[in-house]
Design a protein. Structure first.
Length: 227
């Protein structure tokens, strides 16, 4: 699988093509879906551009993206300041505006409770691991392990999560984004790419947009996978 991570917590000042509004996210989702992406990971924003888990704002973003790319998996981040409990509970009634999957970082306090809350409202869990952690007895609803690594830490982290028997998505950020993508492709793990992970192409040039990053990621994924 190739997932596109379209915006992250970055700001508009970091890149002129960063999609923040529901409409811009839908446009970028359509562009990367045409390149073979089957999952998009987004950070919904409120009307002033802040990260949000508020039900109506999440629903507007998800429904707009889903209308542009019906059938694609839509994943969201849950790393938003404040109390998540009442906000996640409100997602149960979102219908077409409910995400398919949400990321849960195991480094965050209460991550098991968050995973269970997502499962109760019908949202799958993408468990995010950036350092070794105790992962026995995983909560219900965990469908994938996303490993955030550098090229130096990737092997050890994979040895930690692969015995769990779940699909693994391996990715890096900024200066590590491309080297980790290449390594993941060799191992035939799922990968991701987009403006959340890096603003630059491997040669250091600023990428034009998500589509340029994803198109190159798809080519590298295919050429580095075992024949």
């Amino acid at each position: 699988m190739l997932q596109a991570c379209l915006n992250g917590s970055r700001t508009a000042e970091e890149h002129p093509a960063l999609p923040l509004s529901p409409e811009r996210l839908a446009e970028d989702a359509a562009d990367v879906a045409a390149l073979g992406v089957t999952s998009v990971h987004i950070h919904p924003r409120d009307v002033i551009g802040g990260l949000t888990l508020v039900g109506p704002e999440v629903a507007t973003t998800i429904a707009t993206v889903r209308a542009a790319v019906p059938g694609i998996e839509i994943s969201v981040s849950t790393t938003v300041p404040g109390r998540w409990e009442p906000l996640i509970a409100s997602w149960a009634a979102l219908a077409a505006g409910r995400p398919d999957v949400a990321g849960v970082h195991v480094a965050e306090p209460g991550w098991r409770d968050l995973a269970q809350a997502l499962h109760r409202v019908g949202v799958g869990v993408e468990l995010v691991v950036a350092a070794p952690a105790r992962l026995e007895d995983l909560p219900e609803g965990v469908s994938r392990i996303t490993v955030v690594a550098t090229r130096e830490t990737a092997e050890d982290l994979l040895a930690h999560v692969e015995p769990l028997g779940l699909p693994v998505l391996l990715h890096g950020r900024d200066s590590d984004a491309w080297s980790v993508l290449d390594y993941a492709a060799v191992l035939e793990h799922d990968v991701r790419m987009g403006l959340e992970d890096t603003l630059h192409l491997p040669d250091g040039r600023l990428a034009r947009n998500n589509a340029e990053l994803v198109a190159l990621a798809r080519r590298r994924q295919r050429t580095r996978a075992p024949s």
